[in-house]
Design a protein around this ligand. Structure first.
Ligand code: FES
Length: 94
């Protein structure tokens, strides 16, 4: 018997630019990534956090995206993390 694995995952941007251009890490995403990992772990949700170099929305960072649904969260902050958790739990129950 094999356990079912949720295809749900949270993709986060860990890109930092060495220029003055906006980037997710430059906008504080590492702190938000650490925070959302703790929130997911605290609720024991089977959702991996996948780190990617750039999600193509640099001007709107910090960026996180739920896969496979594709919902993108821009200008992530502590309030956004709560919204992401609500959405992850909703998708898990689907
Ligand atoms: S730097 Fe995060 S989307 Fe490009």
């Amino acid at each position: 018997m094999t356990a079912s694995v949720s295809p749900l995952r949270l993709v986060v941007c860990i890109n930092e630019r060495l220029t003055d251009q906006r980037s997710c890490v430059g906008s504080g995403n590492l702190e938000y990534i650490a925070e959302i990992k703790k929130m997911i772990q605290a609720e024991n949700l089977p959702i991996p956090v996948i780190e990617r170099e750039c999600l193509g929305k640099c001007g709107f960072g910090p960026i996180m995206r739920i896969a496979p649904s594709g919902e993108i969260f821009t200008e992530v902050n502590s309030d956004t993390l709560k919204e992401i958790m609500v959405e992850l739990k909703r998708l898990l129950l689907k």
